[in-house]
Design a protein around this ligand. Sequence first.
Ligand code: 5GP
Ligand code: ZN
Length: 128
Amino acid sequence: MMERVLDNCIFCKIAAKQIPAKLAYEDEELLAFHDINPAAPVHLLIVPKKHIASLADCAPEDAGLIGRMSLLAPKLAAEHGCGFTRDADGAPAGGFKTQFHVGPDGGQEVYHLHMHVLGGPRPWRAQR
Ligand code: 5GP
Ligand code: ZN
């Protein structure tokens, strides 16, 4: 379901397998791969295969897509050793951070919607 692919978009090119990336997940709609410049021991990017420039460009019909990106994050985090768990006493343990950067003031550099999933032993390099 590659509805719209932009020639000059790096994440469209990754989704189209025109440039390589270290993949962590793929289905018909979504792709996840390791960030080329990781800011944490685990740094994944979850992207839709169809081109949407940013979270602010999502339409009401993209609600399901955004929901599925969000539901994939804890699954991938767990697979990469930074899942959210509870210890034997029921206290929360582990975990990860998700981020959408939106626009210049949000630190967005790549204008193809993506969710950052960051985790692993701290300290992490500060995010923009
Ligand atoms: P933004 O600031 O737009 O939210 O983050 C874009 C992210 O994409 C950055 O963390 C950057 O390191 C990553 N990135 C940019 N180009 C590539 C690429 O060609 N391959 C991969 N795997 N990550 C990229
Ligand atoms: Zn794109």
